[in-house]
Design a protein around this ligand. Structure first.
Ligand code: NI
Length: 310
């Protein structure tokens, strides 16, 4: 029974794809024919051949697009997650990597934010760097286009609660904070995230416990820029680089207030890391890399977190 059913479904999906492909090619042909009908009669044959080639190309592109969106859907339904299973419910403040493995993850919290997120995204794009953005649910709701841009430009989007509250929350409130944020991220960007960072790095007010029990990986940091205190660029740089190390996670903010200091410092932060031989990775990439070096994890046996502040 089950086999028959799934076979029927497969058949229906195939028929649907064939139908779509057929409709597309016919409409493309009509489109090209209409274009060529304006041209001189003698050149029509040549143009037709060219149109066929273009139609073929469009079909190939269409097939690729179909496949990509299918994969995205599979990911959204939980067939694949963005962190290895072994990190679900675990607290991580850095990846334990060999000292010659010079990679670092830049993370940006509390956005999206109208005055600064776009500027941060521009800088990252210019430098061809992918970052990890821990977003606040109500900001995703208020600034959907910025949220979509974060994902469209290849960055990782992750959960930082709905209200960014620090106070203690009962189970119901904690569930609201985490689950609603996961939902709005999914509804807005199509991404189902399994990364969570508690506001202020606070592990004891209920939200981290809820996230842990719902298989989120709790992502802290190993280098705090302290950009929320709006230091001048040299101070901000010093805050980061005195704690910079391979496998590190850098905490910065693209939202939640005046982030002009962060925006000003970011190009210099990037350039200094590059001079030191670092490459930039996202948090999921970092976790995957740690997965490749289990012996280093065993040696280091968790030096635990470094919480506090936004
Ligand atoms: Ni925060």
């Amino acid at each position: 029974m089950e086999d028959n059913k799934s076979f029927l479904w497969t058949q229906r999906i195939l028929i649907a794809i064939l139908g779509l492909t057929g409709t597309l090619s016919i409409s493309l042909m009509i489109l090209f024919k209409t274009n060529t009908s304006d041209a001189q009669t003698k050149s029509v044959t040549v143009k037709d051949t060219a149109a066929n080639v273009r139609t073929q190309q469009r079909l190939e592109e269409f097939k690729t697009e179909m496949l990509t969106s299918w994969q995205q859907e599979a990911q959204a339904k939980g067939f694949a997650t963005d962190v290895p299973t072994k990190f679900q419910g675990i607290v991580i403040s850095e990846a334990k990597l060999p000292s010659n493995k010079k990679v670092i993850a830049l993370t940006f919290d509390d956005g999206p934010w109208p005055s600064s997120t776009a500027k941060v995204l521009d800088i990252l794009k210019k430098n061809n760097i992918k970052g990890t953005f821990f977003v606040v649910g109500q900001n995703v709701k208020n600034y959907p286009d910025l949220s979509k841009r974060v994902v469209a430009e290849g960055h990782i989007i992750a959960n930082h609660t709905w209200h960014h509250w620090y106070h203690h929350m009962n189970a119901q409130a904690a569930a609201y904070e985490v689950a609603n944020t996961g939902d709005i991220i999914y509804q807005t960007t199509g991404v189902k995230t399994s990364l969570f960072r508690p506001p202020g790095g606070i592990m004891s007010n209920g939200v981290a416990a809820y996230a842990k029990s719902n298989k989120y990986a709790i992502i802290m940091w190993s280098a705090d820029s302290m950009d929320y205190s709006r230091p001048a660029v040299p101070r901000l740089m010093n805050n980061i680089f005195r704690e910079a190390k391979p496998g590190g996670i850098v905490l910065m903010h693209d939202g939640g207030g005046d982030r002009s200091h962060t925006v000003k410092a970011l190009p210099e932060v990037i350039s200094k890391f590059r001079k030191q031989g670092y490459e930039f990775v996202t948090v999921p990439e970092l976790l995957e890399m740690q997965d490749q070096y289990p012996q280093v994890v065993a040696q280091n046996k968790s030096k635990s977190q470094k919480p506090q502040k936004p």
